[in-house]
Design a protein around this ligand. Sequence first.
Ligand code: PMP
Length: 284
Amino acid sequence: QTVYLNGQFVPMTESQISTQDRGFLFGDGVYEVIPVYQKQLFEFDAHLERLKNSLQATSILNPLTDAEWKKLLDELIQRHPWEDQFIYLQVTRGIQMVRDHLPADCMTPTIYAYTNPLKPVSADIIENGIKIVTLEDIRWLRCDIKAITLLPNVMMKLAAKQQGADDAILIGRDGLVSEGSASNVFMVKDGTLITPPNSHKILPGITRLVIEKVAQNHQIPLLEADITLDELLQADEIWLTSSTKEALPITQLDGKPVGNGRPGQIWQLLRQHYQAYKADFLNA
Ligand code: PMP
């Protein structure tokens, strides 16, 4: 397996970064995860836009032009045999020899990217959905930045597992649903799809964006609105969405069935439309 590091493709087993990298010492960096279908980057422009927003918000220099980003990722894809992949790409602020929270001026960012095979979601999950617990959202107030600093997400994922669940839906200090530990949340109530509005409290998910587009194209009623824990508990359907999992149906919430305890009808419908959207993109 080959990875991209600072302008070069090297075997993964040989790639090395400095212990003085601020990504390692401060978690001072941002990242993206981009799905690839039939060796084509999916929704690349939206992912690049979000990367640039994360870089700008953290005052990390964007080291490459749009065309250079595309070229390096395409080359990474072509160097691997898998038709469907997901790319992890990370930009940290760079290397600093003397410890200081304040970054030096004009640092050279560290650019790293690697790819993995993208496996379809298991038949068991498609058939039966997953179990979720609600947890307090213990993260910071700039979750719109895709920061590499993921310790709270890791802790919440572990807590969910300890409670026998597959994942967690996070409830903010304001009592409102924010998102999943690595996904956005949708619920269905009386045929309407509802998702929390974009804000500093959530990551503007690209899958969320595609689902909104697909729902609009097929006249599925859609609302961006705050969701309380009570409303979530009364939902007919709940989904978690992300680039690597698309939309996952949640069939159990805090030990109780969601709706009739089976993956919902609107989810089934949207899943078909989503696959058709992907097929159109690949044929375009
Ligand atoms: N929220 C969080 C916290 C995430 O980590 C992710 C996955 N990257 C998402 C939402 C979903 O974003 P996307 O659809 O762009 O993968």
